[in-house]
Design a protein around this ligand. Structure first.
Ligand SMILES: [Zn+2]
Length: 332
């Protein structure tokens, strides 16, 4: 069975690139209606884009594109997870833990937070719960989860989010180190100044704390720090990989093979790296399949290759979740 357990319906900031990506996603809708490249075609696309922005990401028209893509790719389970930082209700959680001082990088991070947070968590959950039936009629199971940023001292807030809704899966992530976010373009400068092994060790320490908090079912993109572009010689990281894999094994927590995350970095590989994946297998850590799509045409991207990689290291099954209960499906 094919699944994609990490799909986002929207992700800011809202740049010209973002607009272009959205327009790309809407293209199939106008392809047959108008001659490509004609002014009418451009006009239809523009109207579609305006409508998409007006309706926001939690609208049936937008979700339909995800369903159609999943159907086309033969995917039978899709789990939509959104980043907690996208929701206005939790803006203060991020303001509390992310460095938003008045210095240049602090200002850039404050700006980023205000750009990405636009929607209400409630409307996300209510909308997706309603759409499940429609997907089920099409033979696709729609699951609903959340991707939560772990900060030391933020456990109580996260516990509240976790208990507030009937999540299918709660994914924990470390996107921020000592208040600095490596997915934030401007803040990456900050990481570039740090000694690499020290930075990676800080990252894996934080990850271990996230695992030991026992808040999460799955830990996302487990060597995600590499997304900022640089990694020390991997041999030096093996003891850290071992430690993290042992912690996951001990706590019975899964991680994912994420095709989108690592590929976006200069390293051009999935997350985790192949060597990390081997160590996870030795420690019997369950794995979910994740595209981390942020647009419909990315649903399921390169997951066939991810499955092949899992098999190559020895996995015979992968994990899926429903109401936070894990089951294992055969890798066929
Ligand atoms: Zn993430």
């Amino acid at each position: 069975m094919k699944v994609d357990f990490h799909v986002h319906l929207e992700e800011g900031p809202y740049s010209l690139d973002w607009l272009l990506k959205q327009a790309e996603s809407l293209r199939p809708l106008v392809e047959h209606a108008e001659v490509k490249g004609s002014r009418k075609w451009a006009s239809m696309l523009t109207n579609g884009l305006a409508e998409r922005l007006q309706q926001g990401p939690y609208s049936r028209d937008w979700l339909e594109l995800y369903r159609l893509r999943a159907k086309q790719a033969g995917i039978q389970q899709v789990c939509v997870v959104e980043h907690l930082y996208r929701f206005l209700e939790y803006r203060s959680y991020y303001e509390q833990h992310v460095h938003i001082g008045s210095d240049r990088l602090g200002t850039a991070q404050r700006k980023w937070l205000s750009q990405v947070a636009n929607d209400s968590l409630d409307s996300f959950v209510v909308f997706l719960q309603k759409e499940r039936l429609r997907w089920a009629e099409d033979g696709i199971e729609l699951r609903v989860g959340i991707e939560l940023d772990y900060f030391s001292g933020g456990e109580e807030t996260l516990r509240h989010v976790i208990n507030q809704y009937p999540w299918d899966v709660c994914i924990g992530a470390v996107h921020f180190l000592e208040g600095w976010g490596y997915p934030i373009q401007d803040a990456r400068e900050r990481f570039g100044r740090q000694e690499l092994i020290g930075l990676y060790s800080l990252y894996f320490d934080k990850l271990e704390q996230a695992i030991e908090s026992q808040l999460f079912d799955v830990i996302a993109h487990i060597d995600g720090i590499k997304a900022f572009g640089v990694r020390p010689d991997e041999t030096a990281l093996l003891p850290y990989y071992q430690r993290v894999a042992r912690a996951l094994g001990r706590m019975g927590i899964a991680t994912e093979i994420n095709t989108g995350y690592g590929l976006a970095s200069q390293l051009r590989e999935f997350s985790p790296s192949y060597r990390f994946l081997e160590i996870l297998f030795q420690n019997e850590v369950p794995i979910t399949l994740a595209s981390s799509a942020t647009a419909p045409d990315q649903v399921g991207q390169q997951l066939d290759e991810a499955r092949a990689q899992l098999k190559r290291v020895g996995y015979t099954s992968f994990a899926v979740y429903e109401k936070r209960k894990r089951s294992m499906l055969a890798l066929d």
